[in-house]
Write a protein that binds this ligand. Sequence first.
Ligand SMILES: Cc1cc2nc3c(=O)[nH]c(=O)nc-3n(C[C@H](O)[C@H](O)[C@H](O)COP(=O)(O)OP(=O)(O)OC[C@H]3O[C@@H](n4cnc5c(N)ncnc54)[C@H](O)[C@@H]3O)c2cc1C
Length: 439
Amino acid sequence: MESIWEKNIQLPTFEPLRRDIRTDVLVIGGGLAGLLCAHELTRAGLRCIVAEAGHICGGTTKNTTAKLTAQHGLVYHKLLKKFGLERTRAYLEANLAALDRIRELCQDIPCDFEEMSNYVYSLNNLKELEQELNALNKLGHPTALVKEIPLPLRTVGAIRFDCQAQFHPLKFAAAIAESLPIFEHTRVLEVKVGQAVTEHGTINANHIVVATHFPFLNKFGAYWLKMYQSRSYVLALENGPDLSGMYVDASGTGLSFRNYGNLLLLGGGGHRTGKPGDGWSGLEDFASHHYRHTRPVACWAAQDCMTLDSAPYIGLYSPRLPRLYVITGFNKWGMTSSMLAATLVSDLILDRDNPYLTAFSPSRSVFHPQLAVNAGESVLHLLTPARPRCPHMGCALKYNPQEHSWDCPCHGSRFADDGALLDGPATGGLVHDHSQHSR
Ligand SMILES: Cc1cc2nc3c(=O)[nH]c(=O)nc-3n(C[C@H](O)[C@H](O)[C@H](O)COP(=O)(O)OP(=O)(O)OC[C@H]3O[C@@H](n4cnc5c(N)ncnc54)[C@H](O)[C@@H]3O)c2cc1C
Protein backbone atom coordinates (compact mmCIF):
# COMPACT_ATOMS: atom_id res chain seq x y z
CA MET A 1 0.00 0.00 0.00
CA GLU A 2 2.54 2.52 -1.19
CA SER A 3 1.36 6.03 -2.02
CA ILE A 4 2.13 7.40 -5.49
CA TRP A 5 4.53 9.89 -3.88
CA GLU A 6 6.79 7.08 -2.63
CA LYS A 7 6.79 5.30 -5.98
CA ASN A 8 8.60 7.95 -7.96
CA ILE A 9 11.16 9.39 -5.59
CA GLN A 10 14.25 8.36 -3.64
CA LEU A 11 14.40 10.35 -0.40
CA PRO A 12 17.89 11.10 0.99
CA THR A 13 18.98 8.77 3.81
CA PHE A 14 20.85 9.61 7.01
CA GLU A 15 22.91 7.72 9.62
CA PRO A 16 21.56 7.07 13.15
CA LEU A 17 22.92 8.97 16.14
CA ARG A 18 25.69 6.97 17.86
CA ARG A 19 27.16 9.45 20.37
CA ASP A 20 26.22 12.29 22.74
CA ILE A 21 25.89 15.68 21.05
CA ARG A 22 25.01 19.31 21.79
CA THR A 23 23.05 21.73 19.59
CA ASP A 24 21.02 24.95 19.75
CA VAL A 25 17.73 23.33 18.69
CA LEU A 26 16.64 19.71 18.52
CA VAL A 27 13.59 18.95 16.38
CA ILE A 28 12.06 15.56 17.19
CA GLY A 29 10.28 14.10 14.14
CA GLY A 30 11.26 14.32 10.48
CA GLY A 31 7.85 14.73 8.84
CA LEU A 32 7.03 17.88 6.89
CA ALA A 33 6.46 19.89 10.09
CA GLY A 34 9.82 18.93 11.65
CA LEU A 35 11.80 19.40 8.43
CA LEU A 36 10.35 22.83 7.71
CA CYS A 37 10.93 23.91 11.30
CA ALA A 38 14.59 22.84 11.14
CA HIS A 39 14.95 24.50 7.72
CA GLU A 40 13.64 27.87 8.94
CA LEU A 41 15.77 27.81 12.12
CA THR A 42 18.91 26.82 10.21
CA ARG A 43 18.28 29.63 7.76
CA ALA A 44 18.09 32.02 10.72
CA GLY A 45 21.59 30.94 11.76
CA LEU A 46 20.89 28.45 14.59
CA ARG A 47 22.54 25.02 14.88
CA CYS A 48 19.60 22.69 14.52
CA ILE A 49 19.35 18.91 14.23
CA VAL A 50 16.46 16.55 13.49
CA ALA A 51 16.02 13.19 15.24
CA GLU A 52 13.70 10.87 13.30
CA ALA A 53 12.55 7.49 14.65
CA GLY A 54 12.41 5.85 11.20
CA HIS A 55 12.90 7.40 7.76
CA ILE A 56 12.12 11.05 7.12
CA CYS A 57 8.53 11.58 5.95
CA GLY A 58 7.76 7.93 6.78
CA GLY A 59 4.69 8.97 8.84
CA THR A 60 1.59 10.81 7.59
CA THR A 61 3.54 13.05 5.20
CA LYS A 62 4.21 10.25 2.70
CA ASN A 63 0.48 9.48 2.55
CA THR A 64 -1.02 12.95 2.21
CA THR A 65 -2.88 14.30 -0.81
CA ALA A 66 -0.74 17.46 -0.72
CA LYS A 67 -3.23 20.21 -1.43
CA LEU A 68 -1.81 23.56 -0.41
CA THR A 69 -4.63 25.75 0.73
CA ALA A 70 -5.82 28.09 3.45
CA GLN A 71 -9.37 26.78 2.87
CA HIS A 72 -9.66 24.03 5.47
CA GLY A 73 -13.21 22.83 4.88
CA LEU A 74 -15.78 25.34 6.18
CA VAL A 75 -13.55 26.35 9.06
CA TYR A 76 -14.00 30.13 9.07
CA HIS A 77 -17.63 30.32 10.17
CA LYS A 78 -16.83 27.84 12.95
CA LEU A 79 -13.72 29.72 14.11
CA LEU A 80 -15.46 33.09 13.97
CA LYS A 81 -18.14 31.81 16.37
CA LYS A 82 -15.57 30.28 18.72
CA PHE A 83 -12.57 32.64 18.52
CA GLY A 84 -13.98 36.00 17.32
CA LEU A 85 -12.78 38.18 14.46
CA GLU A 86 -9.19 38.87 15.43
CA ARG A 87 -8.07 35.29 16.05
CA THR A 88 -9.96 33.96 13.04
CA ARG A 89 -8.31 36.56 10.85
CA ALA A 90 -4.98 35.46 12.34
CA TYR A 91 -5.74 31.85 11.28
CA LEU A 92 -6.52 32.94 7.71
CA GLU A 93 -3.60 35.33 7.33
CA ALA A 94 -1.10 32.90 8.85
CA ASN A 95 -2.18 30.17 6.41
CA LEU A 96 -2.09 32.52 3.40
CA ALA A 97 1.38 33.67 4.47
CA ALA A 98 2.47 30.04 4.82
CA LEU A 99 1.21 29.29 1.31
CA ASP A 100 3.19 32.27 0.00
CA ARG A 101 6.33 31.00 1.75
CA ILE A 102 5.90 27.51 0.24
CA ARG A 103 5.32 29.10 -3.18
CA GLU A 104 8.58 31.03 -2.73
CA LEU A 105 10.53 27.90 -1.72
CA CYS A 106 9.06 25.97 -4.66
CA GLN A 107 10.59 28.42 -7.12
CA ASP A 108 13.91 26.67 -6.48
CA ILE A 109 12.54 23.15 -5.90
CA PRO A 110 11.22 21.08 -8.81
CA CYS A 111 8.24 19.50 -7.04
CA ASP A 112 5.38 19.71 -9.56
CA PHE A 113 4.00 22.81 -7.84
CA GLU A 114 0.86 23.99 -9.65
CA GLU A 115 -1.37 26.96 -8.90
CA MET A 116 -4.94 25.69 -8.59
CA SER A 117 -8.29 26.82 -7.22
CA ASN A 118 -9.63 24.94 -4.20
CA TYR A 119 -13.33 24.18 -3.76
CA VAL A 120 -15.31 23.11 -0.70
CA TYR A 121 -18.65 21.72 -1.86
CA SER A 122 -21.81 20.77 0.00
CA LEU A 123 -24.18 18.02 -1.09
CA ASN A 124 -27.29 19.45 0.50
CA ASN A 125 -26.68 22.40 2.80
CA LEU A 126 -26.68 25.74 1.03
CA LYS A 127 -26.99 27.54 4.36
CA GLU A 128 -23.59 26.34 5.57
CA LEU A 129 -21.98 27.62 2.37
CA GLU A 130 -23.68 31.01 2.75
CA GLN A 131 -22.56 31.24 6.38
CA GLU A 132 -18.98 30.52 5.32
CA LEU A 133 -19.22 33.13 2.59
CA ASN A 134 -20.43 35.69 5.16
CA ALA A 135 -17.61 34.78 7.53
CA LEU A 136 -15.05 35.23 4.76
CA ASN A 137 -16.57 38.59 3.80
CA LYS A 138 -16.25 39.73 7.43
CA LEU A 139 -12.61 38.65 7.37
CA GLY A 140 -12.03 40.75 4.26
CA HIS A 141 -11.38 37.71 2.08
CA PRO A 142 -14.26 37.73 -0.39
CA THR A 143 -14.71 34.47 -2.27
CA ALA A 144 -17.13 33.06 -4.81
CA LEU A 145 -20.04 30.67 -4.29
CA VAL A 146 -20.12 28.66 -7.51
CA LYS A 147 -23.09 26.56 -8.58
CA GLU A 148 -21.43 24.17 -11.01
CA ILE A 149 -18.38 22.02 -10.33
CA PRO A 150 -17.07 19.23 -12.60
CA LEU A 151 -17.75 16.36 -10.18
CA PRO A 152 -20.22 13.51 -10.75
CA LEU A 153 -22.14 14.55 -7.64
CA ARG A 154 -25.34 16.48 -7.06
CA THR A 155 -24.23 19.47 -4.95
CA VAL A 156 -25.83 22.76 -3.89
CA GLY A 157 -22.61 24.56 -4.83
CA ALA A 158 -19.10 25.18 -3.62
CA ILE A 159 -16.98 27.95 -2.13
CA ARG A 160 -13.94 28.65 -4.30
CA PHE A 161 -10.56 29.93 -3.10
CA ASP A 162 -8.39 31.07 -6.01
CA CYS A 163 -4.56 31.04 -6.15
CA GLN A 164 -4.14 27.93 -3.98
CA ALA A 165 -1.83 25.11 -5.10
CA GLN A 166 -0.89 21.43 -5.16
CA PHE A 167 2.51 19.74 -5.30
CA HIS A 168 4.49 16.52 -4.87
CA PRO A 169 5.12 16.47 -1.10
CA LEU A 170 8.13 14.16 -1.11
CA LYS A 171 9.99 15.93 -3.95
CA PHE A 172 9.57 19.10 -1.88
CA ALA A 173 10.55 17.47 1.43
CA ALA A 174 13.59 15.75 -0.14
CA ALA A 175 15.02 19.10 -1.22
CA ILE A 176 14.31 20.66 2.20
CA ALA A 177 15.98 17.73 4.00
CA GLU A 178 19.10 17.54 1.83
CA SER A 179 21.12 20.21 3.61
CA LEU A 180 19.90 19.49 7.17
CA PRO A 181 21.76 17.52 9.87
CA ILE A 182 19.34 14.63 10.37
CA PHE A 183 19.66 11.40 12.35
CA GLU A 184 17.35 8.65 11.11
CA HIS A 185 16.47 5.50 13.09
CA THR A 186 16.92 7.67 16.17
CA ARG A 187 13.82 7.51 18.33
CA VAL A 188 13.70 9.93 21.24
CA LEU A 189 12.67 7.89 24.26
CA GLU A 190 12.58 10.55 26.94
CA VAL A 191 12.81 14.33 27.22
CA LYS A 192 14.18 16.16 30.26
CA VAL A 193 14.84 19.91 30.56
CA GLY A 194 17.28 20.71 27.73
CA GLN A 195 17.99 17.05 27.04
CA ALA A 196 16.62 14.22 24.90
CA VAL A 197 17.55 10.61 25.43
CA THR A 198 17.79 8.22 22.49
CA GLU A 199 18.89 4.58 22.43
CA HIS A 200 22.51 5.33 21.45
CA GLY A 201 23.13 8.89 22.56
CA THR A 202 21.91 11.92 24.47
CA ILE A 203 21.18 15.22 22.74
CA ASN A 204 21.63 18.39 24.79
CA ALA A 205 19.78 21.33 23.28
CA ASN A 206 18.81 24.86 24.35
CA HIS A 207 15.41 24.37 22.71
CA ILE A 208 13.50 21.19 21.86
CA VAL A 209 10.61 20.99 19.38
CA VAL A 210 8.28 17.98 19.47
CA ALA A 211 7.04 17.49 15.88
CA THR A 212 6.20 13.79 16.19
CA HIS A 213 2.67 14.07 14.74
CA PHE A 214 0.92 12.96 17.98
CA PRO A 215 3.03 14.24 20.94
CA PHE A 216 4.45 11.32 22.91
CA LEU A 217 5.10 13.01 26.30
CA ASN A 218 1.94 12.34 28.30
CA LYS A 219 2.70 14.11 31.57
CA PHE A 220 2.19 17.63 30.23
CA GLY A 221 -0.19 19.38 27.87
CA ALA A 222 -2.95 16.70 27.98
CA TYR A 223 -2.73 16.15 24.23
CA TRP A 224 -4.08 12.63 24.77
CA LEU A 225 -7.31 14.29 25.94
CA LYS A 226 -7.35 17.23 23.54
CA MET A 227 -6.95 15.16 20.34
CA TYR A 228 -7.97 11.96 18.59
CA GLN A 229 -6.85 10.57 15.25
CA SER A 230 -8.98 10.21 12.15
CA ARG A 231 -8.04 7.74 9.42
CA SER A 232 -8.90 8.13 5.75
CA TYR A 233 -8.25 6.38 2.46
CA VAL A 234 -7.00 7.33 -1.00
CA LEU A 235 -7.32 5.67 -4.43
CA ALA A 236 -5.15 6.76 -7.37
CA LEU A 237 -7.07 6.25 -10.63
CA GLU A 238 -5.38 6.16 -14.02
CA ASN A 239 -7.08 8.02 -16.88
CA GLY A 240 -9.36 10.03 -14.61
CA PRO A 241 -10.77 13.32 -15.91
CA ASP A 242 -8.76 16.52 -15.51
CA LEU A 243 -10.73 18.40 -12.85
CA SER A 244 -8.69 21.64 -13.05
CA GLY A 245 -9.07 22.18 -9.32
CA MET A 246 -8.97 20.59 -5.87
CA TYR A 247 -12.24 19.62 -4.21
CA VAL A 248 -13.37 18.48 -0.78
CA ASP A 249 -16.75 17.78 0.80
CA ALA A 250 -17.77 20.27 3.49
CA SER A 251 -18.95 17.49 5.80
CA GLY A 252 -15.42 16.31 6.59
CA THR A 253 -16.45 12.69 6.02
CA GLY A 254 -17.18 12.95 2.29
CA LEU A 255 -14.94 12.76 -0.76
CA SER A 256 -11.86 14.69 -1.84
CA PHE A 257 -10.47 15.04 -5.37
CA ARG A 258 -7.29 16.29 -7.05
CA ASN A 259 -5.23 15.33 -10.09
CA TYR A 260 -1.56 14.41 -10.24
CA GLY A 261 -0.42 14.04 -13.85
CA ASN A 262 -2.87 11.67 -15.52
CA LEU A 263 -4.01 10.32 -12.16
CA LEU A 264 -7.10 11.28 -10.24
CA LEU A 265 -6.66 11.02 -6.46
CA LEU A 266 -9.95 10.16 -4.82
CA GLY A 267 -9.96 10.39 -1.01
CA GLY A 268 -12.54 9.67 1.66
CA GLY A 269 -13.96 7.07 4.02
CA GLY A 270 -12.77 9.02 7.09
CA HIS A 271 -13.47 7.63 10.57
CA ARG A 272 -12.00 7.77 14.06
CA THR A 273 -8.98 5.43 14.12
CA GLY A 274 -9.87 2.20 15.89
CA LYS A 275 -13.56 2.46 14.94
CA PRO A 276 -15.08 0.43 12.09
CA GLY A 277 -14.82 1.96 8.61
CA ASP A 278 -15.33 0.91 4.98
CA GLY A 279 -11.70 1.27 3.99
CA TRP A 280 -11.40 1.69 0.23
CA SER A 281 -14.69 -0.01 -0.69
CA GLY A 282 -16.78 3.21 -0.81
CA LEU A 283 -14.14 4.82 -3.04
CA GLU A 284 -13.98 1.76 -5.31
CA ASP A 285 -17.79 1.74 -5.68
CA PHE A 286 -17.80 5.46 -6.47
CA ALA A 287 -15.04 5.04 -9.07
CA SER A 288 -16.71 2.07 -10.74
CA HIS A 289 -20.04 3.95 -11.03
CA HIS A 290 -18.80 7.39 -11.99
CA TYR A 291 -15.34 6.95 -13.49
CA ARG A 292 -15.85 3.73 -15.44
CA HIS A 293 -12.86 4.12 -17.72
CA THR A 294 -10.37 4.55 -14.91
CA ARG A 295 -8.16 1.88 -13.37
CA PRO A 296 -6.87 1.97 -9.75
CA VAL A 297 -3.06 2.00 -9.75
CA ALA A 298 -2.42 2.65 -6.05
CA CYS A 299 -4.29 2.81 -2.78
CA TRP A 300 -3.15 3.93 0.65
CA ALA A 301 -4.44 5.20 3.98
CA ALA A 302 -3.26 7.62 6.65
CA GLN A 303 -4.43 9.42 9.73
CA ASP A 304 -4.14 12.86 11.22
CA CYS A 305 -4.61 14.45 14.64
CA MET A 306 -7.93 16.19 15.18
CA THR A 307 -8.15 19.00 17.76
CA LEU A 308 -11.13 20.20 19.79
CA ASP A 309 -11.71 23.40 17.84
CA SER A 310 -10.28 22.70 14.33
CA ALA A 311 -7.12 24.79 14.87
CA PRO A 312 -3.68 23.19 15.39
CA TYR A 313 -1.66 23.33 18.61
CA ILE A 314 1.58 25.22 17.93
CA GLY A 315 3.69 26.83 20.65
CA LEU A 316 4.96 25.97 24.13
CA TYR A 317 4.34 22.28 24.93
CA SER A 318 3.08 23.37 28.33
CA PRO A 319 3.28 26.77 30.06
CA ARG A 320 5.23 24.95 32.80
CA LEU A 321 8.01 23.81 30.47
CA PRO A 322 10.22 26.58 29.11
CA ARG A 323 12.02 25.99 25.80
CA LEU A 324 9.98 22.88 24.92
CA TYR A 325 7.64 23.39 21.95
CA VAL A 326 4.97 21.36 20.17
CA ILE A 327 3.62 21.23 16.63
CA THR A 328 0.52 19.05 16.25
CA GLY A 329 -3.19 18.82 15.49
CA PHE A 330 -3.37 19.65 11.79
CA ASN A 331 -6.91 18.32 11.28
CA LYS A 332 -5.88 16.89 7.85
CA TRP A 333 -4.54 20.28 6.70
CA GLY A 334 -0.88 19.88 7.60
CA MET A 335 0.80 21.15 4.42
CA THR A 336 0.30 24.91 4.89
CA SER A 337 0.00 24.35 8.67
CA SER A 338 3.50 22.76 8.79
CA MET A 339 4.91 25.88 7.16
CA LEU A 340 3.06 28.23 9.48
CA ALA A 341 4.15 26.13 12.47
CA ALA A 342 7.77 26.37 11.32
CA THR A 343 7.47 30.16 11.24
CA LEU A 344 5.68 30.44 14.60
CA VAL A 345 8.07 28.15 16.47
CA SER A 346 11.13 29.79 14.87
CA ASP A 347 9.83 33.20 15.97
CA LEU A 348 9.24 31.91 19.52
CA ILE A 349 12.76 30.48 19.71
CA LEU A 350 14.32 33.59 18.18
CA ASP A 351 12.22 35.82 20.46
CA ARG A 352 10.64 37.60 17.49
CA ASP A 353 7.13 39.06 17.67
CA ASN A 354 4.51 37.16 15.73
CA PRO A 355 0.91 38.43 15.74
CA TYR A 356 -0.47 34.96 15.04
CA LEU A 357 0.90 33.10 18.08
CA THR A 358 -2.19 33.39 20.31
CA ALA A 359 -4.54 31.87 17.73
CA PHE A 360 -2.58 28.60 17.80
CA SER A 361 -1.52 28.52 21.46
CA PRO A 362 -1.73 24.94 22.80
CA SER A 363 -2.88 26.23 26.19
CA ARG A 364 -6.08 27.86 24.88
CA SER A 365 -9.49 26.90 26.29
CA VAL A 366 -10.47 23.23 26.15
CA PHE A 367 -14.19 23.76 26.74
CA HIS A 368 -15.69 21.94 23.79
CA PRO A 369 -18.13 18.99 23.47
CA GLN A 370 -15.41 16.94 21.72
CA LEU A 371 -13.45 16.90 25.00
CA ALA A 372 -16.23 14.84 26.62
CA VAL A 373 -16.28 12.50 23.61
CA ASN A 374 -12.50 11.96 23.84
CA ALA A 375 -12.70 11.39 27.60
CA GLY A 376 -15.65 8.97 27.15
CA GLU A 377 -13.77 6.95 24.50
CA SER A 378 -10.72 6.68 26.77
CA VAL A 379 -12.75 5.51 29.77
CA LEU A 380 -14.75 3.03 27.69
CA HIS A 381 -11.68 1.39 26.11
CA LEU A 382 -9.66 1.46 29.31
CA LEU A 383 -12.45 -0.49 31.01
CA THR A 384 -12.98 -2.93 28.11
CA PRO A 385 -11.42 -6.21 29.28
CA ALA A 386 -10.08 -7.29 25.85
CA ARG A 387 -6.52 -8.01 24.67
CA PRO A 388 -4.17 -6.87 23.21
CA ARG A 389 -3.81 -3.52 24.98
CA CYS A 390 -2.11 -0.36 23.77
CA PRO A 391 1.24 0.28 25.49
CA HIS A 392 0.58 4.05 25.29
CA MET A 393 -2.13 4.31 27.98
CA GLY A 394 -3.61 0.82 28.22
CA CYS A 395 -6.73 1.02 26.02
CA ALA A 396 -8.10 -2.17 24.43
CA LEU A 397 -7.05 -2.40 20.77
CA LYS A 398 -9.46 -3.20 17.91
CA TYR A 399 -8.60 -5.37 14.92
CA ASN A 400 -8.74 -3.53 11.59
CA PRO A 401 -9.57 -6.18 8.97
CA GLN A 402 -8.96 -3.87 5.98
CA GLU A 403 -5.37 -3.13 6.94
CA HIS A 404 -4.63 -6.16 9.14
CA SER A 405 -3.59 -4.01 12.06
CA TRP A 406 -4.48 -3.51 15.71
CA ASP A 407 -5.74 0.07 16.17
CA CYS A 408 -6.33 2.10 19.33
CA PRO A 409 -9.71 3.88 19.45
CA CYS A 410 -8.48 6.23 22.19
CA HIS A 411 -5.45 7.96 20.66
CA GLY A 412 -4.86 6.23 17.33
CA SER A 413 -1.69 4.18 17.89
CA ARG A 414 -1.52 1.26 15.43
CA PHE A 415 0.35 -2.05 15.40
CA ALA A 416 1.08 -4.61 12.69
CA ASP A 417 -0.09 -8.21 13.01
CA ASP A 418 3.34 -9.13 14.39
CA GLY A 419 3.05 -6.38 17.04
CA ALA A 420 5.41 -3.87 15.38
CA LEU A 421 4.55 -0.21 15.96
CA LEU A 422 2.96 1.43 12.90
CA ASP A 423 1.70 4.77 14.26
CA GLY A 424 2.18 6.68 17.53
CA PRO A 425 1.68 8.10 20.10
CA ALA A 426 2.82 4.68 21.46
CA THR A 427 6.62 4.58 21.41
CA GLY A 428 7.10 0.82 21.11
CA GLY A 429 5.44 -2.32 19.75
CA LEU A 430 3.21 -4.89 21.44
CA VAL A 431 4.99 -7.26 23.78
CA HIS A 432 2.26 -9.90 24.11
CA ASP A 433 1.72 -12.73 21.69
CA HIS A 434 -1.43 -11.11 20.34
CA SER A 435 -1.83 -13.83 17.66
CA GLN A 436 -3.76 -15.70 20.37
CA HIS A 437 -6.22 -12.85 20.70
CA SER A 438 -9.58 -13.02 19.02
CA ARG A 439 -10.35 -10.67 16.19
C1 LIG B 1 -5.43 10.91 3.91
C2 LIG B 1 -4.87 12.26 4.27
C3 LIG B 1 -4.83 13.25 3.29
C4 LIG B 1 -4.30 14.51 3.61
N1 LIG B 1 -4.30 15.48 2.65
C5 LIG B 1 -3.86 16.72 2.97
C6 LIG B 1 -3.90 17.77 2.00
O1 LIG B 1 -4.33 17.58 0.87
N2 LIG B 1 -3.45 18.99 2.38
C7 LIG B 1 -3.00 19.24 3.64
O2 LIG B 1 -2.66 20.38 3.95
N3 LIG B 1 -2.92 18.25 4.57
C8 LIG B 1 -3.34 17.02 4.25
N4 LIG B 1 -3.29 16.01 5.19
C9 LIG B 1 -2.63 16.28 6.48
C10 LIG B 1 -1.11 16.23 6.35
O3 LIG B 1 -0.70 15.20 5.50
C11 LIG B 1 -0.50 16.00 7.75
O4 LIG B 1 -1.06 16.93 8.64
C12 LIG B 1 1.01 16.19 7.76
O5 LIG B 1 1.61 15.36 6.78
C13 LIG B 1 1.56 15.86 9.15
O6 LIG B 1 2.95 16.07 9.12
P1 LIG B 1 3.79 15.87 10.46
O7 LIG B 1 5.19 16.24 10.15
O8 LIG B 1 3.11 16.57 11.58
O9 LIG B 1 3.66 14.32 10.81
P2 LIG B 1 4.41 13.04 10.20
O10 LIG B 1 4.58 13.14 8.74
O11 LIG B 1 3.66 11.85 10.71
O12 LIG B 1 5.84 13.10 10.85
C14 LIG B 1 6.09 12.82 12.22
C15 LIG B 1 7.43 12.09 12.30
O13 LIG B 1 7.82 11.97 13.67
C16 LIG B 1 8.50 10.75 13.81
N5 LIG B 1 8.48 10.39 15.24
C17 LIG B 1 7.42 10.01 16.00
N6 LIG B 1 7.80 9.77 17.27
C18 LIG B 1 9.15 10.00 17.33
C19 LIG B 1 10.11 9.95 18.38
N7 LIG B 1 9.77 9.62 19.62
N8 LIG B 1 11.41 10.24 18.09
C20 LIG B 1 11.77 10.60 16.82
N9 LIG B 1 10.87 10.68 15.79
C21 LIG B 1 9.58 10.40 16.05
C22 LIG B 1 7.71 9.78 12.94
O14 LIG B 1 8.50 8.66 12.60
C23 LIG B 1 7.36 10.66 11.75
O15 LIG B 1 8.28 10.54 10.67
C24 LIG B 1 -3.81 14.77 4.92
C25 LIG B 1 -3.88 13.77 5.88
C26 LIG B 1 -4.41 12.54 5.58
C27 LIG B 1 -4.48 11.52 6.65
